[in-house]
Design a binder for this molecule. Structure first.
Ligand code: CMC
Length: 422
């Protein structure tokens, strides 16, 4: 069998053969053969924007790997900072390498107090923390003018580490400010996840009480959210980064993209949906309303997974472990019934719609005490490791600027009419 495709231009009768490589065909020969004929692909459903060595997904098998390691193994046997190192450097760290990485993350976690205070004062206690987090990332770009030298690999590495180190402090500052306190103060004594939980939950009157089950669960959730190849927000980071904007501006673009309910904002939308459904008895009528096109079943469906999302499977188990400690939340029953009803329904079966990573994650975050508005920020803290790894990978290959084409369907050239003539 020949690993190639042949394209024939029926206008001229000429043909061209293009090899199939790594499961794709290169657009170069196509554009040379058919200048001015563009491939229409809204939503990039059939476009591979790059080669990447970071994350592998087989959507039909429900398989996810970071750098060749199965997500199930990483979630059960690794830690988030180890996984962040893996995403960035391509290999798991040695024990001394991990210790050094963790120390460096801790020593770079602190934010500039004055800038953080001034920035937070621009918001009020109702401001959505995703907006505050995105603004915080963009503001970091003003503190590090050297980060603009994106072609220097050493400078890139410095800011890769700095970004992963600082996002928990940015996230916790947003949470603290909404609770009436000034920005969060990181501690370089605590490990990454404990430090984050401590910043997010301690107050002047109530010091943070560590709970190992919550710490482990958050660590695992961050591992599961750390990367997911060329998703909407990673693509936003890459598109902005391809113009050689500084990394913090590119990350802010990723954060903005993540906030939408079809992407990272889905975890918040799931909890709001469960509140709206209200009771176990309303599940079937809610499913009917979704089938009638009156909204989507949030936390269901995925562009790539056409089988169970492996992350959802792991999260479902963790949710049960957490609820054993906190007591069962009635919303879990609604969620379980929704899942059961959807998985038996022809509408969802025929469209291959399964629970995704966000179906159960919000229930865990809520049980841990996070307000609903913080859920997407937690996703963003984790995904920063993935975003910045893809950004670095792209720049290390000197990729071209992202500049798609369009098929113009607007007016033909027409004469300009003055105000009096219109
Ligand atoms: N509920 C009901 N119907 C759905 C859903 C859903 N959640 N998702 C897709 N569909 C239907 C859709 O209406 C369409 O039906 P039809 O063929 O009759 O027009 C069909 O399934 C295909 O949907 P699509 O919109 O073409 O699929 P997509 O690949 O463009 O969108 C998605 C993927 C994740 C945006 C979508 O499934 C969705 O909106 N899900 C709910 C939001 C959500 O949970 N997002 C989190 C995704 S996982 C976390 C992350 O990585 O961001």
């Amino acid at each position: 069998m020949k690993e190639s495709i042949t394209i024939t231009d029926n206008r001229s009768g000429e043909s061209i053969e293009i090899p199939i490589e790594q499961g794709g065909v290169d657009s170069g020969p196509w554009t040379k053969f058919l200048p001015g004929i563009w491939f229409k692909d809204e939503g990039f459903a059939a476009t591979a924007v790059t080669n990447s060595s970071i994350t592998y997904i087989d959507g039909s098998a429900g398989q996810l790997e970071y750098r060749g390691y199965r997500i199930e193994d990483l979630a059960k046997r690794s830690t988030f900072t180890e996984v962040a190192y893996l995403l960035v450097h391509g290999e798991l760290p040695s024990s001394s390498g991990l210790e050094d990485w963790n120390n460096q993350l801790a020593s770079h976690a602190h934010l500039d107090d004055q800038q953080n205070d001034n920035l937070l004062k621009a918001f009020n206690s109702q401001s959505h923390p995703m907006g505050m987090f995105t603004a915080g990332l963009a503001a970091l770009s003003t503190l590090y003018p050297d980060a603009r030298d994106v072609e220097d690999p050493e400078i890139r590495q410095k800011h890769v580490l700095n970004a992963i180190a600082k996002v928990p402090t940015l996230a916790a500052s947003a949470a603290a400010y909404r609770n009436g306190y000034s920005g969060a103060q990181s501690s370089d004594e605590l490990p990454y996840i404990e430090n984050f939980l401590s910043m997010a939950f301690s107050s002047p009157n109530e010091p943070f009480q560590s709970n190992p089950t919550f710490t482990k669960a958050l660590d695992q959730l961050l591992i599961l959210h750390a990367d997911h190849e060329q998703n909407c927000s990673t693509t936003a980071v890459r598109v902005v980064g391809s113009s050689h904007a500084d990394p913090y501006s590119a990350l802010a673009a990723g954060s903005a993209a993540l906030s939408g309910p079809r992407h990272g904002g889905a975890n918040e939308a799931v909890l709001n949906m469960l509140d709206e459904i209200g009771s176990f008895n309303n599940v079937n009528s809610f499913i009917d309303s979704v089938k009638n096109g009156e909204g989507r079943l949030m936390g269901f469906g995925h562009r790539v997974y056409k089988n169970y999302d492996p992350r959802a499977q792991i999260i479902k188990e963790t949710a049960h472990e957490i609820f054993e400690i906190t007591g069962k939340n009635p919303k879990l029953d609604i969620a379980l019934k929704l899942e059961e009803a959807a998985l038996e329904d022809e509408y969802f079966i025929s469209r291959k719609l399964y629970p995704n990573v966000d179906f159960y994650s919000g229930l865990i975050y809520q049980a841990m005490g996070f307000p609903v508005e913080m859920f997407t920020v937690l996703f963003a803290v984790a995904r920063t490791a993935g975003w910045i790894s893809h950004w670095d990978e792209m720049l290390s290959r000197n990729t071209r600027i992202a500049r798609p084409r369009q098929l113009y369907i607007g007016n033909e050239t027409r004469p300009f009419l003055t105000l009096e003539e219109r």
